[in-house]
Design a protein around this ligand. Sequence first.
Ligand code: B12
Ligand code: SF4
Length: 492
Amino acid sequence: MPAHYRTKPPARVLLVESNNMGKWVGTTMPYEVHIPPLGLMYLASYARAALPGVEFRIVESSLSAPDDERFIRILNEFQPDVVGIRSIAFFLEELQRIASLVRAHSDATVVAGGPIVHAYKRRLLQEVPELEIAVKGEGERVFVELLSGAALPSIAGLLYRTDDGVVENEDQSKVADIDSLPFPAYDLIDLDQYQRQLSYAYNHRRQGVLLTSRGCAYHCTFCFTHWKGIRLRSAVNIFEEIKQLHTKHGIQDFYVVDDIFNVDSKRSMELFDLIVAAGLKLRLYFVNGLRADITSEKFVDRALEAGAVWFTYAVESGTEEIQRLVKKRLDLEKAKRIIAYTQRQNVAVNVSTMYGFPTETRELAQRTLDWLSELPKPSLLPYHFCLRFFPGCAINQQALEAGWDPERLELTSRFSYNDLPVGTPTLSKHDMHGIQLEYHRRFGLSNPAAVDGAIRTLRSIGYNDTEIVHMYSVLKRKVIHNVDDLMTAGGN
Ligand code: B12
Ligand code: SF4
């Protein structure tokens, strides 16, 4: 039994989003992208309903405690009995920082959750000696069992420390009906604080973040999936959440972060119909990914009527070879047709692509750029990323088979997407730079026509000049003072 584990419910629980903007983006722009920590907000609302006597507090380390002193102050002031930390694999060092501060300055039980647990499993407890318990996958039910003080061997979904080493319990079963989960606890975050930051769509709004499904129906090898299979919320349940956030918190801007929102077109249409019928004046942003080859013109039309202003299509590669390799198997012709159709509606359309796949040569990487040039417009945001290999992804094995050095593979997972590429056995560092530069010259930040076109679109969907200036300051990593500078400086 870990030394600090309590066998009765705690009085105070501190939930911490481990996030290090310096590591992620390498700068300290005061208005960097931050979205409300949805995982912790789900956890808190569920646990609060089950254990009404417990007080919860949520902080995001990079916003409220980027330095040790401020985090220690929070610990001293709140005196938590349990500290629950959400982290992704990329922020391991930040999780280590938080866990060691908790251990040094409090008696709280230290619990971790989030994608990092599934990625590292037992290794996580070795890497973070102060960590006593970790929760694999969906957190709601497991966390309540933990807070209630149940015997650790009886809680499915746990990893925990004993005198004999780390024990890993069997995986938990998932919540079958995700409509039954309470909506995330927006009252535990400061919406004004998040409005001062940029949203996932780089504007300053009261952010409503919607997760309308859990998991994904596809199996792309480069993707990290800690929730097997897919579960969907009903259109009525999503609409209830939207209505509540709109009336209670004055939220008009809703950012959909599902893996693939449009897997079920009937459900999408029902949701759009409900929004239209209620006459709600909303803006919907599909920030995270729509699958283009299952999107229809009807979907786009009805989404626009419901207030959609932002569509992101995840394409990854413009070649059949790489589509097959990574098991995405996107129908590139269909994708091109629907992306072009959406672009003609004069809303924000992003097309995300990558380079640096195992076996990908300069010629294949080039073909993705040429595929993009066949679209009527460039992607609104310059979304051409160097592939990163995170622990636990199937593509790592494909990379090893394609001759990658295992140490270098491990190293790339520590890089931010802003870091410079290191090269692969089939695509040299020099060629990777070439691809990235060519992308920006043809479609991105070095193309004045692309930047001008994007600014016009952003204004037409309601972005003000401050938002546009902040967005491009973050994208270009230098402070821009006004939109005119940006338009004339498009070639810099
Ligand atoms: C929204 C999002 C973003 C947003 C916002 C990030 C944020 N701070 O929330 C943005 C665009 C900024 C972003 C960026 C990045 N992201 Co991101 N992102 C997502 C996305 C799409 C949704 C996250 C979410 O809200 N999920 C919904 C909530 C409910 O799930 P959850 O957080 O996992 O929480 C549940 C459980 O994990 C658990 N739990 C969570 N915390 C805790 C804590 C405790 C104590 C307990 C008990 C349980 C528990 O309970 C929760 C409820 O069931 C996920 C994909 C996904 N489907 O989750 C990727 C994902 C998390 N991102 C990922 C990555 C890699 C990144 C980047 C590093 C990409 C890059 N190379 O730059 C950056 C990092 C930037 C950053 N500052 O975080 C990976 C992480 C992979 C990994 N192995 O760790 C994911 C899984 C995508 C993927 N499939 O590869 N991301
Ligand atoms: S990349 Fe997108 S479509 Fe593919 S498995 Fe991941 S979330 Fe699903």
